[in-house]
Design a protein around this ligand. Structure first.
Ligand code: SF4
Length: 431
């Protein structure tokens, strides 16, 4: 039996214990994304613990998690995460507000920018959180790297060199690779804690719906193979040593599914090889993309057949928005309910027949929408299906940003209880 409480030889080699701090290099976190109600850290990373703080760094020595040990910290099981886009996200348990029921995850990402969240408070107004966000580098700069063995002092010096300004520049380099920031990640990216590598195989979308806050002015266009290849090379450079912690690819932009089948498959294969996904520290591989009603209805059946054989769990998220014509017209979404119905049927067929592919869909929610919107939605997600489906999540996306509404949250729980599909809120997040 392994001795409990004693450090293994390997741990001793990677651990330094000083008077006021400890360092753990190359800590092996979880290799699987798991849904659990306690904090879990993924991948290979290193940790610096001081009397007051715990900081975690990726393999490029860039800060990725932080929390305070002070008693004033909101909850010992909550923490801050820095994203590749250099945003700080505060992961909260949400108290008793039913985060898991609402999001399908045990932790609620609280964002620093306006979004459509119906849950959570204003953690970034708290002193403890603000101190880390604004002063983490100053705090780690105070750590003296003398009186510790070489590998540890070199590591301390390396993390100190990754300044907030440098990290901001790196985030801008990430956006430059595809030419724009990912303004919205697919809701399914929650399955990998939003740790996705963005590769744009196309730009823009087909509809330019009036209600949409994440659209851009770009006409839908497919990127050239040369361009995709160039992005892959630059992404590989940018993620550097930390690439081993990634196993998820996001094909952008807003309607990758509308790209020709061979472009999609080639991009996936090239990225898989270049990013070394076969050797990722994280188990399994994930592929995410968005699609729309027309791109789904027109998709080449070969695509779904080929996805079946890829070493990926694929999620395609389709924006259906409503099954009610009055609502579609109000939203300025230039499609008909007939097409929405056809797309929904096709989604069910694919979800029932392709094991490693899940097509999920989005519908909007808002107090101002006609009552016919909810009634029509119910026919799709309840009346037309006779049994509960384990797959094919339905995401409900509140229309308004920055104004959490109790009524909309109440409506969501009501819809969820009646739906025959896994039903969650769509929290709009950027990368
Ligand atoms: S909802 Fe989708 S299709 Fe409509 S404008 Fe936004 S990104 Fe484009």
């Amino acid at each position: 039996m392994a001795s409990i409480g004693l450090k293994t030889k390997d741990e001793t080699r990677h651990t330094f214990q000083g008077q006021d701090l400890s360092i753990q290099l190359n800590h092996q976190g979880s290799r699987d994304y798991t849904k659990v109600s306690f904090p879990i850290k993924y991948g290979l990373f290193s940790r610096l613990e001081t009397r007051e703080y715990i900081f975690e760094f990726n393999l490029n020595h860039e800060i990725r998690h932080a929390k305070s040990k002070k008693r004033t910290w909101l909850d010992p099981s909550e923490w801050l995460k820095r994203t590749m886009g250099n945003d700080w996200v505060y992961y909260s348990t949400g108290g008793y507000s039913g985060v898991y029921e609402a999001l399908g995850e045990y932790y609620l990402p609280n964002l620093m920018y306006p979004t459509n969240s119906l849950l959570g408070g204003t953690p970034f107004k708290k002193n403890d959180i603000n101190t880390i966000v604004n002063n983490w580098h100053h705090i780690i700069s105070q750590v003296s790297d003398t009186d510790m063995p070489d590998p540890f002092s070199q590591w301390v010096s390396a993390i100190q060199q990754q300044t907030p300004e440098g990290l901001q520049t790196k985030a801008r380099s990430l956006f430059d690779i595809s030419g724009s920031r990912v303004t919205v990640m697919p809701p399914d990216a929650r399955h990998v804690d939003y740790n996705i590598i963005p590769l744009n195989i196309s730009d823009g979308c087909l509809y330019k719906c009036r209600f949409c806050k994440v659209k851009n002015k770009k006409k839908f266009a497919v990127r050239s193979r040369q361009d995709i290849h160039g992005q892959i090379n630059r992404l590989k450079q940018l993620y550097g040593k930390d690439m081993i912690n990634f196993n998820a690819l996001f094909l952008g932009e807003h309607d990758a599914l509308n790209s020709p089948c061979d472009v999609i498959l080639q991009a996936v294969q090239d990225a898989y090889e270049a990013f070394g996904f076969h050797a990722s520290y994280m188990r399994n591989h994930y592929l995410f993309m968005f699609g729309c009603v027309d791109s789904l209805l027109n998709a080449d059946p070969i695509l779904f057949e080929m996805l079946k054989h890829l070493p990926f769990q694929t999620f395609i998220n389709i924006g259906l928005e409503s099954y009610d014509q009055a609502t579609l017209d109000l939203l300025g979404k230039p499609i008909t309910t007939r097409k929405v119905g056809q797309a929904f049927e096709k989604i069910q067929f694919i979800n029932d027949t392709v094991p490693n592919l899940e097509i999920t869909c989005n519908f909007v929610m808002d107090e101002t929408l006609p009552a016919s919107h909810t009634a029509a939605l119910m026919t799709l997600i309840r009346d037309k299906v006779h049994r509960t489906k384990p797959k094919g999540a339905v995401y409900l996306s509140p229309l308004t940003f920055g104004t959490p509404s109790r009524q909309v949250l109440y409506d969501f729980y009501k819809l969820k209880s009646l739906s025959r599909f896994p039903t969650f809120l769509y929290l709009i997040q950027r990368l």
